[in-house]
Design a protein. Structure first.
Length: 80
């Protein structure tokens, strides 16, 4: 990614650097330190519940929660 291709988005009191790869038309979100800390909290909570998740899953969940996004997976249905 070239620096001039980067864009900044504002969410709450934070600014996030994102890019739109032109070949796919997708937005890339880079996790922040807050996302990683939230991911740790999510991971610990899941372990306490007896259903541990991978670190990647915890970070993806944290990124989505912190940005009020709905994660969509191959197993998601339209009613979820």
């Amino acid at each position: 990614m070239l620096l001039e291709d980067a864009q900044w988005i504002h969410h709450g009191s934070q600014h996030h650097r994102v890019s739109k790869p032109p070949e796919l038309g997708l937005t890339v979100i880079t996790p922040t330190i807050e996302d990683y800390l939230s991911g740790i909290r999510i991971s610990k909570a899941m372990v306490r519940k007896g259903t541990p998740v991978t670190a990647v899953d915890a970070i993806v969940a944290a990124v989505a929660i912190n940005r009020e996004l709905k994660p969509v997976t191959r197993t998601s249905t339209s009613s979820e």
